[in-house]
Design a protein around this ligand. Structure first.
Ligand SMILES: NC(=O)c1ccc[n+]([C@@H]2O[C@H](COP(=O)([O-])OP(=O)(O)OC[C@H]3O[C@@H](n4cnc5c(N)ncnc54)[C@H](O)[C@@H]3O)[C@@H](O)[C@H]2O)c1
Ligand SMILES: O=P(O)(O)OC[C@@H](O)[C@@H](O)[C@H](O)[C@H](O)CO
Length: 491
């Protein structure tokens, strides 16, 4: 068994590809906040590929962790010279193992906010990117208003003079230093799954600074670029089973490997006043307007994920591929894509949407990637309003049949009640669980009360026809089960 670190690279199993470039020359030009599974399977992978092609070594990554739990990643990465293994698995079971070398440093904000701030203020940092989850931006889905709830952001707003502890606080603090020093600002790149993620991030930061430092807010508005991006690679959370597989198959001891599907896509708006890596060399699409790609991905892939997760769990499934390979469920998803989502999409340059949807279904059926429905169903109160409800609203306004999407909402409500159809307990994890359940508790006397949760459903929840469909779908789910409900709605 070989413990992964810089010294052990030459001794690794020959099937594990390792950085061929000189890591001692790699310097962080990018600071990334939220070095979770996805960043390491996606952005860091693209930069690793670029370095492998002889790309500018000034485009390495320094990770930044804001949440207390990020200390665990920091410790593992530090112990491994910031190296980790990325396993990619294709639907046919083909697996590739790669040690990624593009991450070269990591700062943990709860322990040392100054180190993170100094790194972000350093002129060598030209991009700050983020995967801090949809909730990390504190923008209310129903109103579009800034409505912070997390401890770190609230603490930064309450006392702007103390060292920042939140992602927004760090961005503001670092940009203030750059402005004061006359340093060109970095571009801020959100890589979270949100429509208009650059715009959302900009709105959040401007709202944050409007409350803490209005002069800075005006400067950011004028000088800082927030290119939007569409990011795609299905990346489950790391498990102990993955660590053991890596050890057994390749003899590598890695505290935090990552597994992902073999597919990867990144479409990025080309607005980087301080410069950017030559990402086009490694397959990243640099475009003027990312919106069509973003809408395509969020409404076809992520909304389908929401549709399959709650229905699937109610029907007793645990894995994404179990649902993806089920004939009725996959036909239901394809109907959703073709009849509900696609009519709401603009033309997507260079994309054949039929082929895209077909490929999505194959990706959902990828057993080797071991993705769980539970991951997809986490924090759905933050996902459904961004991925599914915009489609439901548009189709409703067009007078279309919206029963498939309403069935998904009904399944979500049953899921939140905490029991699958076979009686197995479900433990939902959601930022708004208490609030959602307080609405659900009124369903018995007031059918449809779940839809009164305004921050999630907004005015749509008061649409009488939608409510009636939802109540009927909930009843059918209870009487007949998720699979039968899905089958009933197949075209
Ligand atoms: N996993 C995927 O398949 C995938 C694919 C495309 C996009 N994404 C995007 O990436 C995000 C993260 O996914 P992941 O798989 O890396 O998850 P993860 O749980 O592995 O990592 C999430 C990271 O975000 C940090 N974080 C969470 N809330 C935060 C907050 N309020 N402020 C600052 N940091 C915060 C966590 O501490 C952690 O470092 C998703 O929410 C999604 O928007 C994920
Ligand atoms: O990451 P989230 O929570 O936005 O959504 C869950 C999944 O739908 C998502 O992670 C997908 O796997 C991913 O967006 C694929 O690129």
């Amino acid at each position: 068994m070989v413990h992964l670190d810089a010294a052990s690279l030459p001794r690794l199993d020959a099937r594990v590809s390792v950085p061929g470039y000189d890591r001692s020359r790699v310097r962080p030009g990018i600071v990334h906040i939220g070095v979770g599974a996805f960043h390491r399977a996606h952005q860091a992978m693209y930069l690793d590929r670029l370095l492998e092609l002889g790309g500018d070594p000034g485009w390495g990554v320094c990770g930044v962790g804001v949440m207390p739990r990020d200390a665990a990643v920091r410790d593992v990465l530090r112990d491994q010279d910031h190296l980790y293994t990325l396993l990619t698995r294709a639907p046919d079971g083909t697996e590739r193992a790669r040690v990624v070398g593009s991450v070269v440093a990591h700062h943990h904000v709860p322990d040392d906010p100054e180190a993170a701030l100094a790194r972000m203020a350093d002129p060598a940092t030209r991009i700050v990117s983020l995967t801090i989850t949809e909730g990390g931006y504190s923008v209310d889905d129903a109103t579009g208003e800034f409505d912070p709830r997390d401890e770190q952001t609230l603490a930064d707003l309450a006392d702007p003079a103390r060292p920042p502890g939140s992602a927004l606080g760090l961005l503001a603090g670092a940009l203030r230093r750059r402005r004061d020093a006359g340093t060109v600002p970095f571009a801020v790149v959100s890589c979270d799954n949100m429509p208009g993620n650059g715009t959302v991030c900009r709105r959040a930061l401007l709202s944050f600074t409007a409350r803490t430092d209005p002069g800075l807010s005006a400067w950011i508005e004028e000088h800082v670029a927030f290119p939007s991006s569409m990011v795609d690679r299905i990346t489950p959370a790391t498990t102990d089973a993955l660590r053991s597989q890596l050890a057994t198959r390749y003899g590598v001891e890695d505290g935090w490997p990552v597994v992902a599907e073999d597919f990867a896509q990144w479409v990025l708006e080309d607005r980087f006043p301080a410069g950017r890596p030559a990402l086009e060399r490694v397959g990243v699409q640099l475009v003027q307007d990312v919106e069509p790609y973003e809408l395509m991905k969020l409404r076809l892939l992520n909304a389908s994920h929401q549709a399959m997760s709650h229905l699937g769990v109610l029907a007793g499934r645990r894995w994404v591929h179990e649902v993806g390979r089920d004939r009725a469920f996959s036909r239901f998803l394809r109907d959703y894509m073709d009849l509900d989502a696609r009519p709401t999409l603009p033309e997507v340059p260079g994309v054949d949407l039929d082929a895209y949807c077909e490929e999505l279904l194959a990706r959902f059926g990828n057993e080797a990637v071991c993705d769980t429905l539970a991951r997809l169903a986490t924090d759905s109160s933050d996902r459904i309003p961004k991925f599914l409800l915009p489609v439901l609203r548009e189709r409703r306004a067009a007078g279309a049949d919206v029963r498939r999407m309403v069935l998904v909402l009904a399944a979500w409500s049953r899921f939140l009640e905490g029991r699958a159809e076979d009686g197995t307990p479900i433990e939902p994890s959601d930022l708004r669980l208490a609030e959602l359940r307080s609405h659900l508790a009124r369903e018995a006397e007031q059918p449809g009360a779940f839809l009164d949760c305004r921050p999630v459903f907004g005015a749509l929840g008061q649409d009488e026809e939608v409510r009636a469909m939802y109540v009927a779908a909930r009843r059918r789910l209870a009487e007949r089960g998720a699979l039968a409900c899905v089958q009933e709605l197949l075209r």
